[in-house]
Design a binder for this molecule. Structure first.
Ligand SMILES: Nc1ncnc2c1ncn2[C@@H]1O[C@H](COP(=O)(O)OP(=O)(O)OP(=O)(O)O)[C@@H](O)[C@H]1O
Ligand SMILES: CC(C)(CO)[C@@H](O)C(=O)NCCC(=O)O
Ligand SMILES: [K+]
Length: 244
């Protein structure tokens, strides 16, 4: 059994896999994750490997303490990935984006794929049908948009995510919800339309913390899977074992 851990910029998520089957999922905070991992290891005593992918600012040391009981792996740029990388700065490419691109390559072979991760940031990643990774885009995520409006103005309140009642916001709150939510939905649909103008055929995977909220609002057909990064991390690790 494998415990995968995804350290994002906001949250830490984990999943236990037996082969390709996900048997448990967890959310941690930056403070409690060590204790929580200990509990997971008690619950699932067959876990042999801990696989970590991090873009967040959590230190490696707490994970290394598990080396007594487990094999601990940090997925990095040096690991084997199932695509060729056309990014001009491959060493600054987020490891989460590389893992997502790997997952898209494994789960949707021989086709053009666009992965959209709606987390702290919204990232777009494009891998073509010859398994070349091109790159994509990085934009602020939903919560970041609400926070930015509040943090960089004098008068705008900090709101929590809510569905706008209409296109035309008729109050300060409704204007903000429309700007943030409708804005991101149009942005994503607009990006997809532009990709379609270049590549007539591609599949779209939507993942990240805002998957479910966004999926039902997009006009384009997408595969919505909020666990895609953790699944991809498991597959990237299997691929590493096979190719090392
Ligand atoms: N409990 C939660 N805490 C924070 N954000 C949440 C929570 N539940 C849902 N969200 C939504 O998820 C988004 C953040 O996504 P996610 O948790 O995937 O980010 P992350 O951990 O920073 O990952 P990444 O760095 O890979 O984007 C926010 O925009 C927010 O609206
Ligand atoms: C864009 C984020 C923050 C998304 O989690 C992460 O992938 C990252 O820190 N990337 C580094 C920059 C890049 O991907 O080119
Ligand atoms: K993200």
């Amino acid at each position: 059994m494998i415990l995968t851990v995804d350290i994002g910029n906001t949250r830490i998520k984990g999943a236990v896999f037996e082969g390709n089957t996900q048997i448990d999922t967890f959310f941690f905070t930056k403070i409690d994750f060590q204790k929580k991992i200990e509990n997971i290891l008690k619950t699932h005593q067959k876990i042999t490997d801990l696989v970590v992918a991090s873009v967040g600012n959590v230190k490696k040391e707490p994970f290394l303490t598990f080396k007594k009981e487990l094999n601990v792996h940090f997925i990095s740029h040096e690991d084997p990935f199932p695509f060729s990388n056309d990014y001009e700065t491959p060493l600054t490419l987020g490891i989460d984006r590389m893992v997502l691109a790997a997952g898209a390559t494994f789960q949707f072979p021989d086709q053009n794929r666009l992965v959209i991760d709606a987390g702290t940031c919204v990232t777009f990643d494009f891998i073509d049908d010859t398994n070349r990774y091109h790159g994509g885009a990085i934009a602020p995520g939903l919560r970041l948009r609400y926070e930015s409006l509040h943090n960089f103005t004098a008068k705008l309140p900090l709101l929590t995510l809510e569905s706008p009642k209409d296109l035309i916001g008729n109050s300060t709150s409704e204007s903000i919800h429309s700007g943030v939510v409708n804005g991101l939905v149009y942005e994503i649909d607009g990006f997809i339309d532009e990709y379609r103008a270049r590549y007539s055929n591609f599949i779209i995977i939507l993942t990240g913390g805002d998957t479910d909220f966004l999926a039902k609002r997009l006009k384009n057909t997408i595969f919505a899977n909020s666990n895609f990064l953790l699944e991809s991390l498991n597959q990237t690790f299997q691929y590493k074992i096979k190719n090392d």
